[in-house]
Design a protein around this ligand. Structure first.
Ligand code: UD1
Ligand code: CA
Length: 456
């Protein structure tokens, strides 16, 4: 059986009060529409069609990598009209699944149940019981409990408004039948729109039974219409991910203050994550890793037994086994720390490798540098890697000791086991094993006296 999924995503989203089309707003830094796409992409034998309209160009550009057919709905004349635009994408024998681009948390299992309920003489409809069904189409049933139609809020009688079973808008039905009903839709209703929901009454008239199912939680079928709802779904999503991590052996000191905006592809156990940590992009985190409060990690690989202290920012960095980073350290892209490296407070490292056991403990900038093993870089060391136009590399060989407050003006190489005296400005390569320093000789002036304030 082939599935055709149609994702409705043309609507404007006026209540977002945004220049950005609603479906490009993000949950966990992923556009709403991308969530729906990613879920439906898991369905087997499925082709995906996306109905777009509002913000057409931006939507297509932002999501140009999706493997889907894009169908433009130039005027948004209703959900039925939106599906009508996909006539050519619907084959008679397909099962058509209708999803909404602004309902990001819908689960695959829920959709698979829905698809399983479709047959030659059934239509599958996802409904939800709501404490407050205001705004939703209501599911009208006969005395035997069979669905007879959906009535939109604005067209509902006072009695119908009391119904708490709402239409999620998500349904699945055989393609041939759907096309027949779509051709019969009118817009004679309170909103002057072509309602997809009208196909329910048509199905019943054609002796097609409407089989309903419900999602496990209401959150799964909640749409985003404003930023309050967006923030709610963000929290629901984050809490679910947090629970998932905890089940896999991660301690989160407060699951409500943890954000994963991406993935951890290789996840160790006994990881302890303090509050307000944000993990973005694609990451790997080993066993026994501790991550301190307020730390942000993006696209990075963290080895076993690493400790990242509070308030660090890591991006596209590798941290080797047993290393310690922070507090207040910044590892910028292409930083690679080998095992047992120590990076301390207010240290910034960019496009540099640091070999085993080296220490850069305080207030340094290390850019475009190769640091050997067993190197000690004193407080306030700066690699001057940029002349305003070009960048140059610094090489610090194994066992070197760089005294505090040193500037290394690249390109420059510090030889093996070299010692650099504190306060030096190093502009030429320094020999192995020797002390090099560039420092004005210290003098003391005997008999010197402090100035005395003059009388006026
Ligand atoms: C729709 C349902 C309602 C259901 C509710 C659930 C209809 C007539 N009503 O109402 O029964 O309870 O969803 O949220 O179907 N869209 C288009 N093109 C259009 C109109 C809408 O692509 O011309 C898209 C929107 O972008 C959105 C989805 O369809 O993703 C639903 O549209 P929306 O206007 O939110 O539908 P409701 O009126 O809320
Ligand atoms: Ca809606």
């Amino acid at each position: 059986m082939n599935i055709t999924t149609i994702i409705l995503a043309a609507g404007k989203g006026t209540r977002m009060r945004s220049e950005l089309p609603k479906i490009l707003h993000r949950v966990a830094n992923r556009p709403l529409l991308q969530h729906v796409y990613d879920m439906s992409h898991e369905i087997e034998n499925n082709t995906i069609t996306i109905v777009y309209g509002h913000g057409a160009e931006l939507v297509r550009n932002t999501l140009k990598n999706l493997d889907a057919t894009w169908v433009e709905q130039k005027q948004q004349l209703g959900t039925g009209h939106a599906v009508q635009q996909c006539k050519e994408q619907i084959s008679d024998d397909d099962t058509v699944l209708i999803l909404y681009g602004d309902v990001p948390l819908l689960k695959l299992e829920t959709v698979q149940q829905l698809i399983a309920n479709v047959s030659n003489n059934t239509l599958a409809l996802l409904t939800v019981n709501l404490d407050n069904p205001t705004g939703y189409g209501r599911i009208v049933r006969d005395n035997a409990g069979k669905v007879t139609k959906i009535v939109e809020e604005k067209d509902a009688s006072p009695e119908e408004k009391l119904i708490i079973e709402g239409n999620t808008g998500i349904m699945a039905v055989q393609g041939g039948r759907l096309k027949t009903w779509l051709a019969q839709l009118g817009n004679n209703n309170a909103q002057g729109e072509y309602y997809l929901t009208d196909v329910i009454e048509m199905a019943v008239a054609d002796n097609i039974e409407v089989i309903t199912s419900q999602p496990e939680t209401v959150d799964e079928v909640l749409g985003v219409n404003n930023r309050v709802q967006l923030s709610h779904l963000e929290r629901v999503y984050q809490l679910e991910q947090a629970q998932n991590l905890m089940e896999q052996g991660v301690t989160l000191l407060d699951p409500a203050r943890f954000d994963l905006r991406g993935s951890i592809e290789d996840l160790g156990i006994d990881i302890i994550i303090d509050v307000n940590v944000i993990i973005e992009g694609k990451n790997k985190i080993g066993n026994n890793v501790k991550i301190g409060a307020n730390t942000q990690i993006k696209d990075s690989i963290i080895g076993d037994d690493v400790e990242i202290l509070a308030n660090c920012v890591l991006e596209n960095a590798v941290v080797g086994v047993g290393s310690r980073v922070g507090p207040f350290a910044r590892l910028r892209p292409e930083t690679e720390l080998a095992d047992h490296v120590h990076i301390g407070n207010f240290v910034e490292i960019k496009k540099s490798t640091v070999a085993t056991g080296s220490k850069i403990n305080h207030l340094s900038y290390i850019g475009d540098t190769t640091v050997g093993s067993g190197v000690n870089i004193g407080a306030g060391t700066i690699t001057c890697n940029y002349d305003g136009v070009n960048k140059f590399r610094t090489v610090i060989e194994d066992g070197a000791f760089i005294g505090s407050d040193t500037q290394l003006v690249a390109p420059v190489t510090i030889g093996k086991n070299a010692t650099i005296g504190a306060g030096s400005t190093i502009t030429k390569d320094t020999p192995e094993n020797q002390l090099t320093l560039s420092r004005v000789k210290q003098i003391s002036i005997a008999g010197w006296q402090r100035p005395i304030k003059q009388e006026k």
